[in-house]
Design a protein around this ligand. Structure first.
Ligand SMILES: Cc1cc2nc3c(=O)[nH]c(=O)nc-3n(C[C@H](O)[C@H](O)[C@H](O)COP(=O)(O)O)c2cc1C
Ligand code: SF4
Length: 571
């Protein structure tokens, strides 16, 4: 299946025609407003907080801290880039573990008494770079927080290739992906973990952060517990119990850390786990056999039936895959806001809405909406043309994934007009990002546009948009996914294809080599019929640049870089 590259949709008419042809509902403004009148430049005041514009930097970790949990020079560079972006809302910087066994990798930052000073200096460097670029008072309308996490089932605190899962609940599909048994945290352990979150929040305030994000997304512990309907005891079963962990953390912070704001980033919808088909394309895992004997009562927020998978339309559009059905019991027993078809997105948000009602009742006003998990449905979480090493070819046009996150955010904003919403997954929009962003903010579909990968590739994009400066096309993120592949290999994250600083590092060569091998092994696996299909994927990648997986399979390293410069030249 091939989808047109965004860079090839050069005019508004071409972009619109593609969206219409594909049945993707995504609004955009053809003309960008002049800087002073841009909806994206309008400040917002919420209580005592003033934020200078509508761009938000989403949290992004770099797998580049020290073993002790302190930032390295690479971490500092990333945060300085956040500072020069021009965005005024910094949603958490990156995921910071509240204790060692909750680290997603041995280089994840960790907030303790020992590391507090170093993490405070990270914030200081972000503010200093912002001032240096935008003026000595420019930080008056910055709002900067820290994302607190425990990685739960995806913890790997001691070695990047040695999972040490501490799950919130059993999961028949995900559990079997682990080489050893998955341990479930006991109620008493969760009680103690609540205290660790509260203690870390106190340290974050002492570091100068204005808020903490109690992370509840992407399959990590806070998110997994929201879907722990198969768990017994006070943290599982009915929604009241499944939200207890988050509630207790928030109440604990309120009681013990006065003056600190609390926000929540949540995967507001999810899907069944995806896996790679023999031809490399993603498909929902068929869960029937694995789920025999599981509870089947219909859970709150679980969408019933649909034999089509997420991404498919009633009449699949040209180029869309048709994927098998997923077993009914899964939707009844697992997950939070599971959606199987976009027609059901609204109804799948019922349980997330109940969560937001609870959060609103607890005085939480700031919500960052995301979806899915990079571990089991990366095309949902961070839509991309090219998969990371452990991913799969996109089973849908990545624009559909972008539109889904934008729509979910807009639906929730409509239901909760008094909450402040940040949307995610805009990077795939590339040249059309400012146009969609302006449309979303102008129409009140979100309060902030969150940027992830784009600022790794092109940190100054928000500043350029706000100044009315044409985008630097050579710097635009093309969703090559090397920033995810690096960590999957135990390396740091970074934009290896487009950021010269990373492109010049030995790790960039390592990533290219592994991708080449992976593409060759995929080519060997496919049968004659799908080989034609794979060839078409390769061809598309070649035309998109060197970071292509299959395309690079036939290129030497030197040719690979030549093709990369070719891409730079073209864009
Ligand atoms: C390298 C990398 C690291 C990330 N780290 C985090 C993280 O620490 N916390 C988090 O909530 N999301 C994290 N994300 C997800 C992003 O915040 C964002 O949701 C995702 O990339 C989609 O937005 P985009 O299309 O603008 O990239 C990460 C994404 C990438 C690519
Ligand atoms: S490696 Fe760079 S171009 Fe590729 S997805 Fe990450 S930020 Fe974008």
């Amino acid at each position: 299946m091939s989808y047109p590259r965004i860079a090839s949709l050069k005019t508004a008419a071409a972009f619109r025609a593609h969206l219409e042809r594909s049945g993707i509902a995504l609004g955009f403004d053809e003309q960008l407003a002049p800087p002073a009148a841009s909806p994206l430049a309008q400040p917002i005041e919420i209580g005592s907080v003033r934020v200078g514009n509508r761009f938000c930097i989403l949290p992004m970790e770099g797998w580049d801290g020290t073993r002790e949990g302190e930032p390295s020079e690479l971490t500092r560079r990333r945060w300085r880039h956040f500072g020069i972006s021009g965005a005024k809302l910094m949603w958490g910087g990156e995921a910071v573990a509240v204790r060692h066994d909750g680290r997603a990798n041995p280089n994840q930052l960790m907030l303790t008494r020992k590391t507090g000073r170093a993490i405070a200096s990270l914030r200081g460097e972000l503010v200093a770079s912002h001032r240096e670029r935008f003026g000595s008072n420019a930080d008056a309308d910055l709002f900067i927080g820290l994302q607190l996490t425990h990685s739960g089932r995806f913890a790997r605190p001691d070695a990047y290739d040695r999972p040490a899962p501490l799950a919130g609940a059993a999961h028949p599909l995900l559990d079997r992906r682990f080489p050893t048994a998955v341990r479930i945290l006991t109620d008493e352990e969760l009680d103690r973990l609540v205290d660790d979150f509260v203690a870390a929040a106190g340290l974050a305030r002492d570091c100068g952060f204005q808020f903490v994000d109690v992370k509840a997304c992407h399959g990590y512990l806070g998110h997994e517990l929201l879907g722990a309907r198969s768990r017994d005891g006070k943290y599982g079963g009915p929604l009241e119990n499944r939200t207890r962990f988050m509630r207790r953390i928030i109440e604990g912070i309120r009681a013990n850390v006065p003056g600190l704001q609390i926000v929540v980033r949540v995967s507001a919808f999810d899907t069944v786990p995806y896996r790679k088909r023999p031809d490399g394309v993603g498909e929902p895992e068929d869960s029937g056999a694995a789920l025999k004997g599981c509870a089947t009562e219909t859970g709150f927020g679980i969408v019933e039936t649909a034999t089509r998978s997420i991404g498919e339309t009633a009449t699949p559009s040209i180029g869309e895959t048709t994927t098998p059905s997923v077993a009914q019991p899964f939707r009844a027993a697992f997950g939070f806001g599971i959606v199987t078809h976009d027609d059901q997105l609204d109804s799948s948000l019922e349980e997330p809405r109940a969560l937001l009602r609870m959060l609103e009742g607890l005085g939480v006003r700031w919500i960052c909406v995301t979806g899915g998990s990079p571990y089991y449905n990366p095309h949902v979480q961070r839509p991309a043309m090219f998969p990371p090493l452990d991913g799969y070819e996109p089973p849908e046009d990545p624009l559909r994934g972008v539109a889904r996150q934008i729509r979910a955010t807009a639906l929730l904003k409509q239901s909760f007009p008094n909450l402040v919403f940040v949307g995610s997954a805009y990077s795939y929009l590339q040249e059309w990002l400012p146009h969609v962003a302006q449309h979303v903010i102008r129409n009140g579909m979100a309060d902030f546009v969150g940027l992830g990968r784009m600022v790794l590739a092109y940190p100054e994009l928000p500043a350029d948009v706000l100044a009315g400066t044409p985008l630097r096309r050579a710097s635009i993120c093309r969703t090559f996914s090397d920033c995810t592949t690096g960590p999957r290999l135990g390396l740091m994250s970074g934009c290896f294809p487009l950021d010269k600083f990373y492109a010049g590092r030995p790790e960039a060569v390592q990533i290219r080599d592994v991708r080449t091998r992976s593409a060759k092994s995929l080519a060997l696996q496919v049968d004659d019929e799908s080989a034609g299909r794979s060839a078409s994927l390769s061809g598309e990648r070649e035309s998109a640049g060197s970071a292509s997986l299959s395309g690079e399979g036939s290129l030497s390293q030197t040719e690979g870089s030549a093709s990369l410069s070719g891409e730079r030249g073209r864009t």
